[in-house]
Design a protein around this ligand. Sequence first.
Ligand code: OKP
Ligand code: ZN
Length: 361
Amino acid sequence: MLILHDPDTLSHETIELLGSKVIPALESPSRILAILEAVSKSQHEVKHIRLHDSSEATFDSLIELIGQTHDQGYLGHLKNVFKQWRDDGLVEECEHVLPECFVFTSTARTPTQPPKDIYARAGYYAFDMSSGIMNKTYVSTMASANLAVAAVRRLRDDQVNEVVALCRPPGHHCNGHKAGGYCYVNNAALSISEWRRQSPNARVGILDVDFHHGNGTQDIFYSDPNVFYTSIHGADEFPYYTGNEDERGDGDAIGTNLNLPLETGSSFDQYLQKLESALAGLLKHEPEFLLVSLGFDTFNLDPLGSFKIHTEDYEVLARTVRTRLPNVQTVILLEGGYVVEHLGSNLLSFLKGWEGSASSP
Ligand code: OKP
Ligand code: ZN
């Protein structure tokens, strides 16, 4: 299978608040390095893409696509905040921007303008403290986003049925206005924007199998009847305030959002029951394009997840999906997964199940 990687995705390396401790973020470059190591010993084809060396036209069209989802104030913040803090002497070159105060609603109105205070802006454009911004965050975020776009172009140009993009940072927690949960640009939304450039009215399916609810992706497509979003995620887990079954979409998109929270500690058999519901929903939507938000934090040893899923289960997971939705062109984007030593084998297991099932170009 074709796997896309951009070396610039490795430059972002930040901190997070976990419990009461500020630690190096679990979402680290070593995740991608471990995957690259594993796939280099496999039959899969890894293609290195370099946004950095791309034409101005590629860059411009990427910015245009990102602008369809993310607001300009937010994007300007991502691009400039580190330098602003640096220039003001608030951080050293090797340090990180983290928010201290978030938007809250004790006042009667929600703010429509970013606050003037440079500290406060970090909280205006984020919803948690696992989305630090350092010197290279913007470069990596753009490279990651570009992989999501490049994957769709490959689907079309190479006439293949699936492409994997090793996105990092991940994307499913951020909406158009706020970073959070290690995410800065919603890569899934970008792939879909790119797909829609050629098929504006396409019916699209999103299957989010990361351990965490993809609140950002849900938000972005909540009122979009053409996009069916479904997620299987740990109940009552991060991001805590979203992911309930009663979030079903808005207006004429009611019924196109399907949340399937699963008790922490659940087994793979219990997981598969939820997967059946997710697939039934997707099948009914009849997507011509499928986006898989693939996280390996469902793995039994993951520090941020709590399902009892093992390496060989990913093969079954992938086969189950591909058998039910054969021949739908699919982009698979990496989201979470934090047991670095097992990421490679987990991905290989997933790809084995995917490729071993009915799907031919
Ligand atoms: C990102 B992705 C829980 C702290 C959670 C952020 C987790 C982000 C997960 N006590 N910190 O969906 O894998
Ligand atoms: Zn996750």
